[in-house]
Design a protein around this ligand. Sequence first.
Ligand SMILES: [Fe+2]
Length: 296
Amino acid sequence: MNLAKIFKNYKTRPIIIASCFFLSILVVIIGILSVKNPTTTNISIGSGDKKLNIVVVSDIHYGTTGCIVDMNDLVDDLNSKNADVIFFLGDTIDKYASSESSKGRPYLDYNVFASYMKDIKSTYGIYDISGNHEFETNSLSAVNSFFRHVEELAPNFHYLDNEAVVVGDAIRLVGRRDYYFGGKSNTRESIESILRKSNLYDSNLDLIVLDHQPQDFKDSLNQNAILQLSGHTHNGQIFPGDIIISLYHKIRYGCVSYGLYQEGNFNLFVTRGYGAWGFPLRTSGSSEILVIDYRY
Ligand SMILES: [Fe+2]
């Protein structure tokens, strides 16, 4: 078959052009619907008689595509899961977080963000960490100030910045400062240091680590964590980004860019995320809510 000949044919050329046009429109429509209609992924971690229903979303990107990912939908989606505890894995906000950051341009209102957080129901609350996008337009103090204000207004919301807590007498939870800022500024503490300063290093409770980017998963593995949860990759967001990012993570870091990676008792799950970056379009899997049936 000579493709050049077919394209040059005056009868077939309009059909080919029209087909490409409609195919492009179809891909855009499917891509937008994939952002607007998150799917739920269920996994089971741990063993034991007691159970924790953990619900995870990452990469909400509130402020940019967050304007399109309706926060009312996020509240409804999370409330439908009857969570014991909810984790946000960073890139939660993605715009100026204060007047100091924005220098006269519009910036995010923590009162508005907190009003959504207050409506999210769970037994032990929401635990949030930073991602690279928090720091791309903000200083550390602007990001921390935004989330500390949210904590004051929404008592169910907790921001972990190089911090560790016990959740429900069930798990030790470490929230790491994102690599993008913390790595460059050498202010990303080790998991051991975070646990020691919280007097949780010698505890027998299972350890779960929240770290926006997956590549430092060996830090969690070496601390005998049972689980690290990460986002950031969006699974490439748009084909063939999924193939490229998968190869990159496998070759550069030896880990997955989406899904479950297991090594002994250690588990790493990288979620595709709830929002989208740059534009509200996904063709490498829809937006995702991760539900973990956690046994301990
Ligand atoms: Fe990210």
